[in-house]
Design a protein around this ligand. Sequence first.
Ligand code: FMN
Length: 377
Amino acid sequence: MNATDPNKQLLLEEYKLGELTLKNRVVMASLTRARANNPELIPTPLMAEYYAQRASAGLILAEGTWVNAQSIGFINVPGIYTVEQVEGWKLVTSAVHEKGGLIFSQLGHIGGASHPELLNGELPVGPSAIDLQTQSFTPDGFKASPVPRAMSLAEIKQTIRDYKQAARHARDAGFDGVEIHAQAGMLIPQFLSIAANRRTDDYGGSIEKRARIVFDILNSIMEVWDSKRVAIKFTPVMLSHVGIVKPDEETIPLFKYILDRLNDYDLAYVHIVGPSEDLSGSPVAALQEDYFAHFQAHYTGRIMANLGFSKTTANEILQKGTADLVSFGEPFIANPDLVERFKHDLPLATADRSTYYGGGEQGYTTYPKTVYPDGRG
Ligand SMILES: Cc1cc2nc3c(=O)[nH]c(=O)nc-3n(C[C@H](O)[C@H](O)[C@H](O)COP(=O)(O)O)c2cc1C
């Protein structure tokens, strides 16, 4: 990379992702913004405008989206399990495509970290009836999640089918691919966790059994999407996560096992969130040094790196080759034109945190593009 010529940044170079051509390697990470403020959780025209504003990203990952009614865990977050929701998403995908962008749907299930007020009075479901010691954002604000109900084997199988239906819906809605949301706080990491999963059947116990749900979900989604359009996002080291789903002494061998097996899947990419704090003294301290290289040692496919990247550090990791793509979350909130700002080496605007979750257009579609040195606005 030639540091004096910002146009030579690897981050801004075109990138082939299977059949898709990304205009650049700047990916917009999924951001829950809770603007689907209707009881049916249908994406709105305002959401279409918001995503279209950010279409200069090489790839947009849409916000975490519910795969079924039981998976809801936050107010005003859209779903993709009804035909009406699919119609709403069509507005979003066509608005992004019209601007020359690409967009994946992020398929999620919050598992036990929900609340009856979001589930028509029903208890949330998780791998085991264990208090996750977490909170849920209900219509009346944050409330402690109750002890969930353990899923029956039949419910696990149904949930896997629901992921497949959601993936098919994503295709019908015009998305370019899907990313499975397996960040801390969601159903999948609850299954992966020793603390949250005490099952004694095929979905609990050994690393292989706890990880089984990942492969069952992937296999079902690949019945409707080519594997090259399917991805998964993990947070292996989220020490600060509220509640009991945290890195443990089996996290490192667990991810080694998962990544080894994912080598057979030819996915679009594996999205890995980096550490947000010092890992020393934790069960994942061994990952501290050259974090992403540890995953690359086991995974031969593409790695998308995330958390706290700047233009400089993103170019550095691409140059080093320990990641193939870099995603940016918060920077996209106040900088719809993040790519252009990187290109012209312009300062980034700071977002107003009070409008992150919920509300209307203020702090959502109201962030202006910058004025570029060549006078374009
Ligand atoms: C407001 C907000 C909402 C988020 N919603 C999601 C989400 O729906 N799905 C997801 O995988 N990550 C979500 N994240 C995490 C981001 O995708 C990303 O991993 C995180 O912000 C770190 O990247 P950054 O340092 O570039 O912001 C969210 C983050 C923020 C700040």
